[in-house]
Design a protein around this ligand. Sequence first.
Ligand code: MCA
Ligand code: AMP
Length: 508
Amino acid sequence: MANPLYDRLFAQHTGKATSFLRLADGSEITHAEFLATAARYAHVLTDAGLSAGDRLAAQVQKSPQALALYAACVQAGIVFLPLNTAYTVEELTYFIENSGAKLVVCDAGRQAALMPVAAQHEARLETLNADGTGSLPDLARAKPGTFDTVPRSEDDLAAFLYTSGTTGRSKGAMLTQGNLLSNAETLAEYWRFTASDVLLHALPIFHTHGLFVATNITLVAGGSMIFLPKFDLDQIIALMPQATTMMGVPTFYTRLLDDPRFTRDLAAHMRLFVSGSAPLLAETHSQFETRTGHRILERYGMTETNMNTSNPYDGDRRAGTVGFPLPGVQLKVSDPATGKALPDGEVGQIEVRGPNVFKGYWQMPEKTAAELRPDGFFITGDLGRIDADGYLHIVGRNKDLIISGGYNIYPKEIELVLDAQPGVAESAVIGVPHPDFGETVVGVLVQAPGHSADLDAIAHAAGRSLARFKHPRKLIILDALPRNTMGKVQKNLLRDRFKDLFARAEAP
Ligand code: MCA
Ligand code: AMP
């Protein structure tokens, strides 16, 4: 029996001495070497008692070994649960508990803090460090470099990716082999990826963008990646001449444009720049074209759905739009009140259906039912309209969400922390424009009568429980929050009032 995802992404490269990963120090890892490492890890995982369908939670720095851990899970049929390296122990505790992970893999620096959490939930714990050392690679060293791939079907789970929710509780999006595979194949063809492509990879590999979009497409096409630990402008500029394609969040492109070393010559040989995860300003799109002659290809996706729409490869890549539904993806814009499809041109909620759409939220049937219709359409929570030429424009969100540098932040999660602090009666967390991150987090507080809130202590408390990228960059005290006649906080008024807090200073 087959394992469709392993067969298509990995097995096709068995024994190939072709380059798969090029590292910043100039060294290379071949497909064969990579697959041998993955096979050794698969032995360690199964020897530790994990079998098909079990979850493995990994909070590890980006490295070739971390990517091999993903391949090992696919080969052994284990559900891979990658976690943002910025998450605090408090945040991780929830993911470990909720997913029922049997094995936790973390950096040695986190081992002491996570050991009790793992023990409490009867999970094993192994380490994998940024430099490829750790107890997992130690155990792997003595294992064979081949592994009998565990049979799976397209409907079996391949990964859990947690996405925060409007209630403040994260939900585990269950992605099947078929979800990942169908999207990777569609995108590789749509964006014309081939074995000659070299992708400049500076995204994290704990989210859909860096792990599934960038990596899976490269694997399907048989190309290679310049695999960088993170986005580092100097490295990107130095290595771009060796690449043919790049994928990034809008912050990558605004940072490149802010650097005079990023010239038309430097980008001249590039085949494709892709942007996603957050809105790319039309202004960035046009500045990029003026500087380089390239039109960035913007696409739209979600953790729950992988990629839904894309601007065309050959046709007109229109700034401010996310293009057309991908082949196999059906998209409608519906009335949020009735769910009925609206005529083109009208703004409504975006719904999508297709082989890319996830199976539901782990152990949350009511949340799944609220967002995934019985007919298979998933309600994205994004608001959009389709123009006369069929391009989708995302015009807003029907969900309270901030996207900072491509990371999703749900205000409710931060408000729960702020509200629990001494002296705070209530809070409202909003996103305001930010020149580098697109949006950033601002916390607005109302003090309890007769109390005063200690902003430093509050910032410190937020730091203990929330990942750094979620921290409010500014805390503001108001006498009262603006409310409508129904008593609902009018965040739009707050967003408008504080929209210039981080405005880039105009040049004199
Ligand atoms: C880092 N910091 C951030 C962010 N990243 N704060 C807010 N938002 C962020 N995104 C913190 C750091 O901890 C640091 O804190 C300070 O901000 C400045 O860090 P800096 O060195 O400037 O940041 P960086 O390390 O260069 O990272 C910025 C980044 C990175 C390159 C934009 O966040 C990134 O790679 N983002 C990509 C996220 C992504 O892959 N999203 C895809 C999600 P301190 O003050 O302590 O120094 S998947 C998805 O959305 C869907 C499916 C889709 O469509 O793709
Ligand atoms: P995530 O939950 O991390 O998967 O983020 C998905 C959300 O990111 C979507 O629901 C959109 O709100 C947003 N998003 C992704 N790509 C784009 C894009 N190209 N333009 C605007 N928003 C986007």
